[in-house]
Design a binder for this molecule. Structure first.
Ligand code: SAM
Length: 220
């Protein structure tokens, strides 16, 4: 078994490489990555692989995204302290922990699989993250009780952009969402709502996520 010192050393190398390559662009994202190493959010048998820049399995047949993918989405989200953020697809809780570190306030995240809600809560507790609120449910239609949001980050692939997510953005808000085919190939979209309520969509490029399953996602 690799020691935690060694896991941290490997993780720091991964973060520094992503920074050097320009994938991590901001000091804030770099610091958040260093504060919450990915191994804290995977099962122990995967700890030795947590620094590798690839997705890893988490329970219930789902995945924790590759570090570069998480960094890209966080940089596109341009998170600032005080922003109200909804994440759809809690998974391991890692991305939510990073978001919380960047906005320094409460973060809301929705997960449809009960086992993963428990898994994420445990990971977040162990990592000492206190301001992430994990809810069980179908987040494909957002999370109306806490709307509107400055940012909504969806970490599963939708067949199209769910209208309720756009509605739940504040003026000046931004939605980041993979949209495309059922499995493993989507385009990452950046959807901005201007201060006048106009909607502007941009395509960032190709990504590969597990499907968003639900009323505004794929049917089971
Ligand atoms: N953000 C996660 C992390 O940091 O570990 C990785 C998320 S994983 C790629 C996608 C997650 O979205 C899965 O856990 C899956 O169960 C969840 N999911 C899929 N459809 C969903 C829905 N309609 N509502 C909430 N969660 C959903």
């Amino acid at each position: 078994m690799v020691s935690e010192d060694e896991l941290l050393r490997r993780w720091e190398k991964t973060v520094e490489r992503l920074f050097r390559e320009g994938v991590i662009k901001s000091e804030a994202v770099r610091r958040a990555f260093l504060k919450y190493p990915r191994y804290l959010f995977v099962q122990k048998r995967y700890w030795g692989y947590a620094h590798v820049d690839e997705p890893l399995p988490i329970p219930a047949g789902q995945t924790i995204s590759a570090p570069h993918m998480v960094a890209i989405m966080l940089e596109l989200a341009e998170l600032k302290p005080g922003m109200k953020v909804l994440e759809v697809g809690t998974g391991s809780g890692w991305n939510a922990a990073l978001i919380a570190e960047l906005v320094k306030t409460d973060v809301y995240t929705v997960e449809r699989i009960p086992e993963l809600v428990e898994f994420a809560r445990q990971n977040l507790r162990r990592a000492g993250v206190g301001n992430v609120h994990v809810f069980l449910g179908d987040g494909s239609g957002g999370f109306p009780p806490k709307a509107p949001y400055d940012r909504i980050i969806v970490t599963a692939g939708a067949p199209e952009i769910p209208e309720p997510l756009v509605e739940q953005l504040k003026p000046g808000g931004r939605l980041i969402i993979p949209v495309g085919s059922y499995h493993l190939w989507q385009d990452l979209y950046i959807v901005d709502k201007t201060e006048d309520g106009e909607i502007k969509k941009r395509r960032w490029g190709g990504v590969a996520f597990v499907p968003l399953v639900g009323e505004y996602g794929w049917r089971e």
